[in-house]
Design a protein around this ligand. Structure first.
Ligand code: GLA
Length: 693
């Protein structure tokens, strides 16, 4: 893993180099231009699928790991589902035992003739033996190198050895090269004096592309342009490689998935079969997210036609993890021959409808709910281009694998951090039950012990035929009282809905926490054969007792938090290769003993019950946060009973005084949305305090 301080030093050097080169020689445009021939290797006509060890193992890569993974992929159905490339990432070379930054670490990776040497302990029989093993199982082998003088982990890079390394890889039987962009040649002296970083990248990637082509072996070329920001590589990479990274490194967190999705979804115009945007490898199964979040991650990557590179230990993957990786309905959307990246049809910034046209005239539709509470989301078939009297369609739910009929509008209840994903047939209707959505909510969603809340249900019939015998029941935790609601109608016509509501009483002395009221619906629809059912959970939060005196927030109990939150410490700032450790809250050189340390993509919710009038403190990006090529920023928001009352973006190095009236809000959220920086930048609510009585 990278050491942050080392990277900061590297960055300072890089800035110095860039500053110098600004005034340096003007280079002849003809020399700078990318090589003439575009990549046309006939490979990756659908997004590459496979495995890469980096996300789960970092530098702990070995022949045994790669071979056991290949065996696992055959045994667990992933090979049959289309996963093909088994790739060893950084650290397969000799030199690992040498100290970071030492010359030996970089030079041990080559023999006297300059040929790359694998780590003798971890790859005792060399790479060809691993390739043979993987090939014997019907899979393909991937390897990692770097366009610079050393890899991101300081091992031998390919600069100056491009032709030799391409030949070595081909002779070993390598089928896929992930080629990184760390530790670049000088831009002040030598070959690249006066070059911009982009022009140098074009030359270096063109050189390896041509060297791979010259070997005559089909080798997929993956451009790992992640850690140098501001290159806009999506606009120029297609002639050079089969795929190119579009964002910085993923981490095993929901906020990382959301931030990468929001960037990569914008670049659909730049990719096509054989040349793909790469929003980085999958984290599914690594433990930092819920299965709901992992299903969202996998669905989002698939609707974006992203490479599907599994990044977890497949030798011990759970059945829940494998059910995600092996979802053939979702994989078919990713691998569709048309090769179009999905695009946003509509969004309110939290709830997205994403549409991907498919080769046979079908449309894939994804509803994404970035928020933490369930949402009712919908799309009109007319907005997808299905219009007129024959507009009704058969719709397949790609996670439940059930077909249903939609007449005009498709509705779905989408879990917090969840998705609903469908394939809408381009053909006229075939017989299937009506599509039905059941949505529930509680008002208020907070109920102090001893008080009531109203739980409501809406059952929508999206189909053509009516539903009969409709019943909806509500079940609350034991000891709670549910006053009976009744559905407004037992028969629900096509494209219409019915409602019901219940008064739910929370017993006194209920322990604070989040409780579920389960709504269950039963109805009859043609083509279903028997009674159909649907169910959904409504969350009722029983909050902790609200504060009645002025208090530091770090001394109170929050109701919910998402993202990383530390009390009286700064959150570990993400850096290249992984997070750091929590530290003392420090903004613009001043340290604070009290406060909340968090990162971009966090939401901390407190129940104040209307007792507090002001939220005060000092906000800022922690001094420990790090960004390549610039100053990290973070956007801070205060949301009182659902209304944003404070919203300010703060750059590292400034401390902003916060003294915000929150009226008599019952619920207050402290939110940090994405800003710039490396992954999840550390953001502080120093001295955060509420004035209450
Ligand atoms: C960079 C890449 C990662 C991984 C590491 C290995 O950070 O973006 O995907 O390959 O290098 O050092």
């Amino acid at each position: 893993m990278h050491d942050l301080a080392q990277f900061k030093r590297l960055f300072v050097t890089l800035t110095a180099v860039l500053t110098l080169s600004a005034g340096a020689v003007v280079v002849d445009a003809a020399v700078v231009a990318a090589p003439a021939a575009a990549l046309n290797n006939g490979l990756a006509l659908t997004p590459p699928m496979g495995f890469n060890d980096w996300n789960a193992f970092g530098c702990n890569v070995s022949a045994a790991l790669i071979e056991q993974t290949a065996d696992a992929m055959v045994a667990n159905g992933m090979k049959a589902a289309g996963y093909q490339y088994v790739t060893m990432d950084d650290c397969w070379m000799a030199g690992q035992g040498e100290p970071r930054g030492s010359a030996a670490r970089a030079t041990d990776g080559r023999d006297a003739n300059g040929i790359l040497v694998p780590d003798p302990t971890n790859f005792p029989d060399g790479i060809k033996a691993v390739a043979d093993y993987v090939h014997a199982r019907g899979l393909k082998l991937g390897i990692y190198e770097d366009a610079g003088t050393t890899t991101c982990q300081g091992l031998a890079g390919s600069y100056g050895h491009e032709v030799q390394d391409a030949q070595t890889f081909a002779s070993w039987g390598v089928d896929y090269l992930k080629y990184d962009f760390c530790n670049l040649p000088s831009q002040t002296t030598g070959e690249f004096a006066g070059y911009s970083t982009v022009d140098m990248a074009k030359v270096l990637y063109g050189r390896m592309r041509d060297a791979l082509q010259a070997t005559g072996r089909p080798i997929v070329f993956s451009m790992s342009l992640a850690l140098t920001s501001g290159l806009e590589q999506q606009t120029w990479a297609a002639p050079l490689g089969n795929l190119w990274r579009t964002t910085s490194d993923i981490s095993d967190k929901w906020s990382s998935v959301v931030s990468i999705f929001e960037q990569n979804i914008q670049y659909g115009a730049y990719q096509h079969p054989g040349a793909w945007n790469d929003p980085d490898m999958l984290e599914v199964g690594n433990g930092g997210m819920t299965d709901t979040e992992y299903r969202s991650h996998f669905s989002l990557w698939s609707i974006m036609a992203a490479p599907l590179i599994a990044g977890t230990d497949l030798r011990s993957a759970t059945s829940a993890t494998l059910a995600i990786y092996n979802n053939k309905d979702v994989i078919a959307v990713d691998q569709d021959k048309l090769g179009v990246e999905g695009s946003v049809l509509s969004s309110d910034g939290t709830h997205y409808t994403i549409v991907k046209p498919l080769a046979n005239g079908d449309k894939a539709v994804l509803f994404l709910n970035e928020g933490s509470t369930p949402a009712s989301q919908s799309v009109a078939l007319s907005a997808l281009g299905f219009k007129g009297r024959q507009s009704a369609r058969t719709v397949r739910d790609l996670w439940s694998h059930e077909n249903s009929t939609v007449a005009k509008t498709l509705n779905a209840t989408v879990a917090g951090h969840g998705v609903a994903m469908f394939r809408i047939s381009g053909n006229k209707l075939s017989p299937a039950p009506s599509h039905v959505a059941l949505y529930g909510s509680a008002s208020p969603s907070y109920a102090e012990a001893g008080t009531n809340t109203t739980v409501s249900a809406t059952l929508t019939n999206d189909g053509v035929a009516a539903l009969d015998g409709v019943q909806v029941t509500a079940t609350a935790p034991t000891g709670w009282t549910v006053k009976h609601g009744r559905v407004a109608a037992r028969t629900v016509r096509g494209s219409s809905a019915t409602q019901a509501s219940w008064i739910v009483t929370v017993p006194t002395a209920t322990t604070p926490g989040t409780y579920a009221v389960t709504l269950s619906a039963r109805y009859r629809t043609p083509f279903a054969g028997r009674d159909s059912t649907a169910s959904t959970d409504v969350s009722v939060v029983v909050p902790p007792a609200p504060p009645t005196t002025t208090s530091y927030l770090s001394d109170l109990t929050w109701v919910t938090e998402s993202g990383t939150v530390e009390k009286d410490a700064s959150a570990p700032s993400a850096g290249p290769g992984g997070p750091g450790t929590p530290g003392i809250i420090t903004i613009a050189g001043t340290t604070y003993a009290k406060g909340l340390g968090t990162t971009q993509g966090s939401d901390i919710q407190y129940y104040l019950g209307g007792h507090c009038s002001t939220l005060s403190g000092v906000i800022g990006v922690d001094d420990s946060a790090f960004a390549f090529g610039g100053t990290p920023t973070a956007e801070f928001q205060v949301i009182a009973d659902g209304t944003t009352v404070f919203d300010q973006t703060v750059a590292q190095g400034s401390a902003v005084d916060l003294s915000q009236s929150i009226g008599t809000a019952k619920v207050v959220d402290l939110v940090v949305v994405a800003g710039t920086g490396f992954g999840a930048t550390a953001a502080d609510w120093a001295n955060a305090q509420v004035t209450c009585s």
